[in-house]
Write a protein that binds this ligand. Structure first.
Ligand SMILES: *Cc1c(COP(=O)(O)O)cnc(C)c1O
Length: 390
């Protein structure tokens, strides 16, 4: 759970550099006052390099990243965007905010988009698919990518949980046309609030860059107040303080992901003897960020029982079943746009997802894990499961 566990000296050092170079907090301009200190720009360049991407644009949040991505693709009223039923509300909020119609499809045992259900729900109005790598496990990108290509749809990867993860040795967020990332305080790396967008295509990148800055094209031939523009936009600019922290956190990304993976393996090794626990599936050649350990038990009652026993040992469960309602589209009756898009039938449409999710238990993985955690988890689960078989 991660980046925030490691906030310290290196983040502070990066911020001090801003203040020892004029204290310019805006990402551009003020050339004479900043001694060539550009933290957001450096963060973007380092992010591009790290992920072996083509272009990166920093923004104010992961939600903003999705909104800007949709704007760059010219998606708006009348267009349909398909996404997963198991995600954070932000994904659907961004679609609604763009004016497009949000459609949620079922998950399979990877807890990410079921490619078959995706195929079944594509209509002539569908323009894009937003795949999620929920809690750090890659979606079935090979299949989803092939479907998008054959139907001429844009693919956006909501990589809020997948920063540093890979599939077939290629970073998550660099498979689709656009990848979006979140650096909110619970994500793999954090800038307090913040996000990033990666692009393959330079034109899309330039469109997004202007749109996230009121349409400013940052034309080098003009001062900012006379800057050229070719469309409207909005303001989702990241500031220099966030950029500085991002640089320090990015330097810790490998360590964070490796530590989480190690800790997750330790727990799996410990609980693998318990009968009735089946791990979440992963596509072949997945390199997970291991943000959570998720497994299936035989039914919803047992999942809740596992949660109770884990809580008694001081281990919180994450998202399932505890915080499920913020992450499962079937429960979002507060969003009329989503309900209307499914003609009031969302519960029936997402039955498959419901059946899968209600049997899940999710344990958060930290970078720093006390030695006795795997034993505690094992004891809690053994007790819960033994109790249920009596
Ligand atoms: C966190 C999250 C977001 C939103 O990111 P913020 O930076 O909090 O706005 C979007 N999608 C998913 C799947 C997330 O988990």
């Amino acid at each position: 759970m991660p980046g925030y566990e490691l906030i310290g000296e290196s983040e502070l050092e990066e911020i001090k550099l801003i203040f020892s170079n004029g204290g310019i907090l805006f990402r551009q301009g003020f050339e004479n006052l900043r001694n060539n200190c550009y933290k957001v720009k450096d963060f973007e360049n380092q992010f591009t390099q790290k992920l072996d991407s083509k272009h990166s644009l920093a923004v104010t949040s992961g939600t903003a990243a999705l909104r800007v991505a949709l704007a760059a693709l010219n998606i708006g009223p009348g267009d349909e965007v398909i996404t997963s039923s198991f995600t954070f509300v932000a994904t659907v909020e961004a679609i609604i905010e763009s004016g497009a119609i949000p459609k949620c499809v079922n998950i399979d045992e990877t807890l990410n988009i079921d490619p078959q259900d995706l195929r079944n729900n594509i209509s002539s109005n569908t323009k894009a698919v937003i795949a999620i790598h929920m809690l750090g496990t890659p979606a079935r990108l090979n299949e989803i990518n092939a479907i998008c290509k054959s139907k001429n749809l844009f693919l956006i990867e909501d990589t809020a949980w997948g920063c540093g993860g890979k599939l077939d040795n290629k970073y998550l967020g660099t498979w689709g046309d656009i990848g979006t990332f979140s650096f909110d305080f619970a994500k793999t790396i954090t800038t307090g609030e913040g996000g990033m967008i990666t692009f393959k295509n330079k034109k899309l990148f330039e469109k997004a860059k202007a749109w996230h800055d009121h349409g400013h094209e940052n034309n080098p031939d003009f001062p900012r107040w006379e800057d050229t523009r070719s469309g409207s936009g909005f303001n989702y600019r990241m500031n220099e303080l966030q950029g500085a922290i991002g640089i320090a956190q990015l330097g810790k990304l490998d360590y964070i992901v490796e530590s989480q993976r190690k800790n997750k393996d330790k727990i799996i090794k410990k609980i693998s003897q318990i009968e009735g626990i089946n791990l979440r599936q992963t596509p072949p050649n997945s390199y997970e960020t291991a943000d959570a350990l998720i497994f299936f038990v035989k039914d919803s009652n047992l999942a809740k029982k596992c949660r109770e026993e884990l809580l008694l040992k001081g281990i919180g469960t994450k998202i399932l079943p505890e915080a499920y309602t913020w992450h499962f589209a079937s429960t979002w009756t507060h969003m009329p746009e989503l309900m209307n898009a499914h003609k009031g039938q969302i519960q029936e449409r997402l039955k498959q997802s419901q059946e899968i999710l209600q049997k899940c238990v999710s344990i958060p993985i930290n970078v720093k894990m006390p030695d006795d955690i795997p034993n505690k988890i094992n004891d809690a689960l053994e007790f819960a499961i033994m109790d249920s078989t009596i």
